[in-house]
Design a protein around this ligand. Sequence first.
Ligand code: SF4
Ligand code: SF4
Length: 356
Amino acid sequence: MKSKVYIIRVSQEDNRENICAKLNKLIDSSKVLDFLKAGQSAALKMHFGEVGNAGYVRPEYAGVISQAILKRKAKPFLSDTNTLYSGKRTNSVDHLALAYEHGFKPEVVKARVIIPDDSKSENVKEIKQDNQYVKNASIAKLFWDADAIVGIAHFKGHLMTGFGGALKNLGMGCATRPGKLFQHCNVAPYVIVKNCTACKACIAVCPAIAIALKPDKAFIDPQKCIGCASCLAACKFHAIDVKWESGGDQIQEKIVDFAHAVLSNKKGKAAFFNFCLKITQECDCLAQDDPRIVPDIGIMASNDPVAIDKAGFDLVTKAAGKDIFKELHPKRDGMKQLKYAAKLGLGNLEYKLVEI
Ligand code: SF4
Ligand code: SF4
């Protein structure tokens, strides 16, 4: 049976007030949040936008979804995990400060914003899996502990996956930093020698004693590295990086395996919103105030993460008159993530689009 994907159309002429009203209508008509029961906690998986990014889903829209959850007497909170790359979202303190700067304050989003510190083991959940690419998915525990999950994604292009929507938001977005390192990369991080000041901060945090000064610059022994990603956060001089492309062939399957892990205790307890607005070539970690690759399309809602991403992909392709994601990222076929997710039983590639 086809999954239902609901859409309410939004154009660039709509202001934020209009969009909030449309989002409310979408929630009421689609009933995608009606599975929530009084007292249940609901994790709203967000991306609060990197510094300078203008494409992230606006706090007012997260606030509308929070209020709809509160109306059902459930308990929403907003969250995201820290990034692997070094920036303003690498650690929980700066990440929360940036979320506030971008307007995600409790009075606007009607919920608390929590950024878990995955360097503390009590914030990490390791999920054993029998999937082809991931046997142990390391995710932020608060997503596992929540009774329900609501994915709120900006649908847009992506350097590594062609496009990113609900699956990417869950699979990469709920992963701890070691989980993200595993997805991105098949090899250990490396030292950018010219940036290294020999401060030894990375050596102090490495649990595998994989880093040493050789002779006056840090060196990472790939044979000893266990991929925990601690050194990436510890280095304040941008002297440790990852070969981002090295995991490229399998990154989509790994992301989907992580999404599968995140959803493994959320059967019938998940909803997804894809905001097909300001659709950019790159994701909200990279894009600044980048131009749209197609005009705004609308907001989508579904309880099926595969169907909603497939519908988003089809609508963007139709609006562009071609597979624009493939044109912009020729080495990446975004359909790979969808086909693999359908194979795992995460959702349906066939859907019925319901216009609200
Ligand atoms: S933390 Fe960075 S700068 Fe310091 S020794 Fe390690 S690589 Fe070099
Ligand atoms: S990723 Fe972890 S184990 Fe590997 S070198 Fe860095 S701190 Fe050490």
